[in-house]
Write a protein that binds this ligand. Structure first.
Ligand code: HEC
Ligand code: HEC
Ligand code: HEC
Ligand code: HEC
Ligand code: HEC
Ligand code: HEC
Length: 491
């Protein structure tokens, strides 16, 4: 019996399975090092090289190592058979033999290398599956609406995982399991278009949003000017300067009243929504700081605990679009006009732009072509035309995703009340408590904001500390909800 046989590791070179395994393992390690180097040099995370480096190569490495082991077992069996039933020699290492010493050093180093590479793969693999590149760009078509809007949002530098998964192992595992289901849905092309919203199993905001924005931070007011344009010949501007009462998160830091009193640490608001989108809310229950419970219901609603799911209100019930903001045609055109990216001097531009953006298109490509064609036909020879085409195409690209049937209508924002019911889902004056004494106030526009100034030009210099009554450019207001006329599209 030669000394080589006494060092069973060297059976690798005699069994083709083991040899093949060794080849696989070494190639995957080599490829991994090359990819890592490329990743470091290019500086930009590429989702596909990530998938190869952190998901495919570790798989090949594991298979390679498995084959080496399997081959060795086969080799030992063969040795037993060829040696006529005598058991193969037990491992005995003769350190005086330089060959044994050399082989042993090689074996130990190879094992260390495999351990090191595996550790790096696992560490980076974990981070990779949490990365924006992985979540947003791997299933490109499916995630395009959310990924594009995310990039234009105030949270563009957060990782998707910071809102969708948060910290801790159990949510990591949950998210990977749901990720697997999503992969299957993509493979079978059975995913829903648009992706359903609200997200049913979203992690509670306490564990995500509140890690960065904790409720006691909400004090004081926010001064915000919104400039709108009428759909008339001259695109008449109309600005509203609002003082939004965003306080109320913590009685120790400021007054209890205010917008963020809903999520006050000591009080609680719960509600029932009767539709999937949480847009119809006929029942609300509030437990205030003293523990006094008040229930409000819309006319005709009867609570049936067996049929209804009660949800506790958190950040997401108002901020359902902190990152994926699909702006309406009206809102985005107004924004571009106010920033001068669209020229308000172009006659009827507000009306035309909104109409063109709202027209039905089957694909984004078709939309981009038709936007140019329609605008050209309406403003032939106008020197401002190229800039207008570019801007309206950009608005379309950032907010409309026909392939995924996604736009502002499928994903409305709950943050205001102008283009979707939002706050007025509850604050509509129709929700009454049992004894009829309390109702969620709506006739009082001033509970959420005061209008410091409104109008255009010099009118905007007439400030009111008490708040102006709203002068509606569209005429006298009745009880109709704003969003019933202001749909975000053409009026
Ligand atoms: C600032 C936090 C935040 C970040 C960052 C974020 N999301 Fe979201 N995401 C949300 C919230 C909130 C919702 C909607 C929850 C609801 O209404 O139930 C949502 C919804 C979604 C939906 C469901 C469809 C929809 O629009 O409602 C998808 C898909 C999604 N996000 C993917 C992503 C991807 C991919 C990234 C990273 C590129 C990302 N998100 C980053 C907070 C975030
Ligand atoms: C990892 C930290 C982090 C997390 C998690 C986070 N945010 Fe933010 N958020 C920020 C930063 C940073 C800003 C931008 C700075 C600023 O405007 O104050 C911001 C801004 C905002 C704004 C102001 C946007 C504006 O237009 O001015 C809102 C509203 C907001 N976040 C809501 C949320 C909600 C809701 C969630 C949970 C879904 C959330 N954030 C999760 C860090 C975070
Ligand atoms: C009965 C339908 C109707 C209702 C309800 C309504 N509006 Fe209007 N609104 C109009 C019309 C029509 C115009 C003029 C549109 C134009 O000429 O472009 C208008 C114009 C405006 C404008 C000027 C800029 C623009 O977008 O045209 C603002 C701002 C506005 N409304 C806010 C509100 C608010 C806030 C509410 C709810 C409190 C509300 N409206 C309710 C029909 C309505
Ligand atoms: C009742 C609805 C509602 C709830 C619930 C709510 N917010 Fe707000 N929040 C608002 C409104 C409205 C504004 C002002 C919107 C604007 O920017 O015009 C606002 C503003 C903010 C801002 C910007 C404030 C500033 O001073 O710049 C942040 C950040 C924020 N909210 C985070 C949160 C977080 C985190 C939660 C959950 C702990 C939360 N909000 C719960 C309605 C709500
Ligand atoms: C699920 C129902 C619900 C929704 C949606 C909702 N609220 Fe409320 N809100 C309540 C209840 C209940 C109260 C407490 C009762 C009261 O003060 O009349 C309240 C109280 C308030 C208060 C305090 C009033 C005071 O007297 O101090 C403000 C401000 C407010 N809400 C603003 C908003 C804004 C802004 C939005 C939309 C972004 C909104 N709410 C959405 C249920 C809701
Ligand atoms: C429950 C809280 C609440 C009540 C009540 C309320 N608003 Fe608002 N309002 C908001 C919020 C939140 C916004 C969104 C601010 C933003 O977009 O930053 C808003 C926005 C507006 C805007 C600007 C809309 C735009 O996008 O051009 C107008 C105008 C307005 N409100 C008028 C009114 C009038 C008039 C009433 C009374 C009939 C009223 N609001 C009652 C919360 C409220």
């Amino acid at each position: 019996m030669s000394t080589e046989a006494k060092l069973p590791g060297l059976g690798i070179f005699r069994n083709w399975l083991s040899l093949f395994g060794l080849l696989m393992a070494s190639c995957s390690i080599l490829a991994f090092c090359v990819l890592m180097a490329m990743d470091l040099l290019s500086g930009e995370a590429n989702p596909y090289s990530g998938i190869v480096a952190f998901l495919v190569l570790p798989g090949i490495l594991a298979m390679g190592l498995g084959l080496i082991g399997f081959g060795l077992i086969l080799e030992r069996r063969k040795m037993r058979r060829t040696s006529g039933g005598t058991p193969p020699p037990v491992l005995s290492l003769d350190f005086s033999n330089p060959r044994v010493r050399r082989n042993l050093i090689i074996a130990v180093n190879a094992t260390l290398l495999v351990f090191m590479v595996t550790a790096i793969m696992l560490y980076h693999g974990y981070h990779f599956t949490e990365s924006v590149a992985f979540c947003g760009r791997v299933c490109h078509t499916v995630m395009e609406p959310e990924y594009t809007t995310y990039q234009n949002s105030p949270h563009a530098r957060l990782k998707c995982a910071e809102c969708h998964i948060g910290s801790g192992a159990s949510w990591y595992v949950k998210s990977k399991l749901s990720g697997l289901r999503q992969v299957v849905a993509v493979a079978r092309n059975s995913f829903s278009r648009p992706i359903e919203t609200p997200v049913k199993n979203l992690r509670p905001a306490q564990d995500t949003c509140e890690q960065c924005h904790w409720p006691s931070k909400f004090t004081g007011n926010l001064d915000r000017t919104i400039t709108r344009y009428l759909a008339d010949e001259t695109n008449t501007p109309y600005s509203i300067r609002l003082l939004l009462k965003v306080g109320g998160g913590d009685p120790a830091q400021g007054p209890v009243g205010g917008i963020h009193s809903h999520i006050n640490i000591g009080s609680k608001i719960e509600y029932i929504a009767t539709d999937d989108r949480r847009q119809v809310i006929p029942w609300v229950r509030r437990t205030d700081l003293e523990g006094v419970v008040t229930e409000y219901s819309a006319p005709g609603f009867k609570l049936d605990p067996a049929k209804h799911v009660i949800r506790r209100m958190d950040c997401i019930d108002c901020h359902n679009r902190p990152s994926h903001i699909f702006r309406s045609p009206a809102e985005s055109v107004d924004m571009s006009l106010s920033l001068g990216k669209l020229d308000p001097a172009m006659p009827r531009l507000k009306k035309n732009a909104v109409e063109i953006l709202t027209a039905p298109y089957a694909t984004a490509e078709e939309a981009q072509d038709k936007i140019a064609a329609t605008l050209t036909s309406r403003y032939p020879g106008d020197p401002r035309l190229p800039a207008a085409i570019a801007e309206i195409r950009k608005i379309y690209g950032e907010n409309f995703f026909p392939e995924m049937k996604t736009n502002w209508k499928t994903h409305p924002s709950n943050l205001g009340h102008m283009e979707s019911p939002g706050c007025f889902r509850c604050h509509d004056g129709e929700h009454k408590s049992g004894d009829g004494k309390l109702s969620i106030k709506a006739d009082e526009c001033n509970i959420c904001h005061i209008i410091v100034a409104q109008g255009q030009g010099e009118q905007l210099e007439k400030l009111s500390a008490k708040g102006h009554a709203f002068e509606h450019p569209g005429g006298e207001l009745d009880d109709t909800k704003c969003s019933e006329c202001h749909t975000g599209g053409p009026q």
